[in-house]
Design a protein around this ligand. Sequence first.
Ligand code: C2E
Ligand code: MG
Ligand code: MG
Length: 740
Amino acid sequence: MTYFGDPMPLLLRKMSCSLPVRLTGLAICLVTLGIAVMAGLGYTKVYEVTEQNASIRIDRAAKAASSVMAHAFEGQFTAQRDEAGRPLALQLTRGTADTVLQFSDAYDRLLAEIGRNNEGAANLFRFNAETSAFDRFATTFRRPDGSMPPPMSIAAGHPAFTALESAQPFLGEVPVMGRMRLAYLTPILDVQGHLAGALAVDVGWADDLLTARHDLGAAMFGFAASVLAIVAGLGTIWMTRETQPLRKLAQFANDVASNTDESDVPFLERHDEVGALAHGLARVAKLQDKLEYLAYTDTLTGQGNRARYISDLEVALQASKAGRPWALLHINLKRFGRINAAYGPSCGDAVLRTVGDLIAVTFGPSARVARQGDDDFGVLLSDFDNTDAVATLCQSFLHQLSTPMRCAGVEVQVDASIGICLIPEHAGDLETAVGHVNLALRAARGNEAQGFCFYSPELQDGVLREVKLEGALRRALEGGGLSLHYQPQIDPVTHTLYGLEALTRWNHPVEGSVPPVEFIAIAEQSGLIVDLGDWVLNESCSQARTWLDEGFDFRHISVNVSPIQLWQPGFVAKVQAYLQKHRLDGRYLCLEVTESVFADRSDTSVAGVLGGLRALGVGLSLDDFGSGYSSLGYLNKLPFDQLKIDRAFVQDAPRDLQRAKLLQGIVALGKGLGLTIVAEGAELGDEVELVRELGVRVVQGFYYAPAVPSEALEQTLERIASEAEDRQADASGSGVRLTA
Ligand code: C2E
Ligand code: MG
Ligand code: MG
């Protein structure tokens, strides 16, 4: 595999015009040329000699035949000749053609004589005016049994016909007994000079000479062809053998370029040109290894970098097409920025190096590990039996990671989430694989308990739903659909109102009420939380102003603030502006933040913002305490005045001694720091009773009331008061003992 297209077809195309083929072709051309020149010269010489001799011989035969005719039939024929003595015609001196040109023993003997003289054949023809053809009436030819051969005529189309028809002699090849023979045909004219017949002679020897010449030509051609075939065959075999090392080296070079061969360079032991080439290639391969290391290595961790990750993933996708399964893992460190901010970048670097090593060790030597982002590692696994084996490796890694590591003299603990995409089961191309593994990682982040998650199509559905909800939430922010409900915070001793927490409600036009945990998370991911937070602040302040104007003493409204909101520049000024807009004193507002606001922030920046808010007179509450880091350092250093204990510690505490003790510890600690303790999520009487006994001064839970619309608040508070009175009346005390 390579980014520059598959080089193999190109190589194969080049091979079809390879060196052996070209050299053999050249040898054939040269040999052909040599043979052609030599054979051509020889053949031309033979041709000239045979041509000359044949024409001399046939001339002589024709002269002899006409002389013999004229002499044998003295007074019957005269021979007309040209200056060279070649017969132009034989003319009858008496009689007619019909009477003279008839078969007779005399003619037969004469022809036999001519034939013997010429060592060839002789024929006599009479011109038939009706058929315009020369009919043979006497010949030296005989059948094998000695009888006369079948009749034969020279008619239109015969090579000699045109010449004879115009009373001219003909010298050339004519068809005789199934083959071409050199012949001389002399026209015979009657007394008036009209065409009467013809005398044809050929020379056996000259004819054989011509045949031999033809055979020689054919033999030369055959020989040349055989020589060429042998040269071609042997040349190809020899050249193929000789150039085989070159082909091997070319293949090696190609494999090196496409990174598919890790074997040693062949032919290094040779001391010829091939050996020199092999040594050159070895140096190139070494250089490539070096370049590859530089181009594909993350210098910080020594693992692969993003380019390595992409390249390995391409290779894995390709290999998976041949049926080999792979698992692509994205490992992301949680809140890594916090380590950098708290202990400095060199500590962060050390952590990344340790994590990289741990990944490499845990997932084994066959795993391809790359750091493909700041605190993102990509791992490609191929050597696993099934998905359970992958899950076990992930568990093992997360377990080992949970052991604190030492850096910059302090103990640091990092946590990670792992998304897993199986190839080709979940993805067949790079984009899909990366998209799906990120979806799985995202789901893994939401699954704190397990820490890793395999991709599944449902995750995709979840994202689609989130995208749709995001659009709907945006529209709700612009056009309505959001409202605030208020949950009372009650003093469990006096059962009077301590404050209210504003909780946002969203009534989706189609889906109805969407749980805050779901839409708040979407708002935080999409950045809509800033607008939503502004809306909540404005709405809460507006409600507070209305209640104040109505004379309702609500004490304060607690508003949840997400980290993104809190860390936006100018947040303190924004809160101040809302207070001013609604003419509110800061004490009517309390801002609730969770411990996650401290992630990735230095102590000074946290203290700066919280101090600014505190200076406005606004209350500060640490929400969901116990569900996150539960770092006591924050409580001590930062200007909180309220601690809200997560409902996980409150619910069932009366029936769970361990939980009750934890709750007791947190309450004691909070009280020790001078904070007002709010117990969240108390649903049952014994839970309220327990927290009250522990000294908790505020309870917020369904036991008293859920969050209700502002219009229903008065009625809710009346109900709480009357129920408290009733309980007081039949109170008999149901305290819960913390001792076993
Ligand atoms: P939270 O700030 O801890 O709010 C308390 C949550 O506990 C509320 O859930 C409340 O209805 C629920 N709760 C109170 N008493 C009980 C109880 O006795 N039993 C049970 N099971 N639950 C109880 P809700 O309204 O669903 O809100 C969930 C979370 O959504 C809130 O937790 C808060 O983190 C977030 N949220 C709600 N509104 C806003 C908002 O306007 N802005 C921001 N940033 N977050 C908000
Ligand atoms: Mg809250
Ligand atoms: Mg809470």
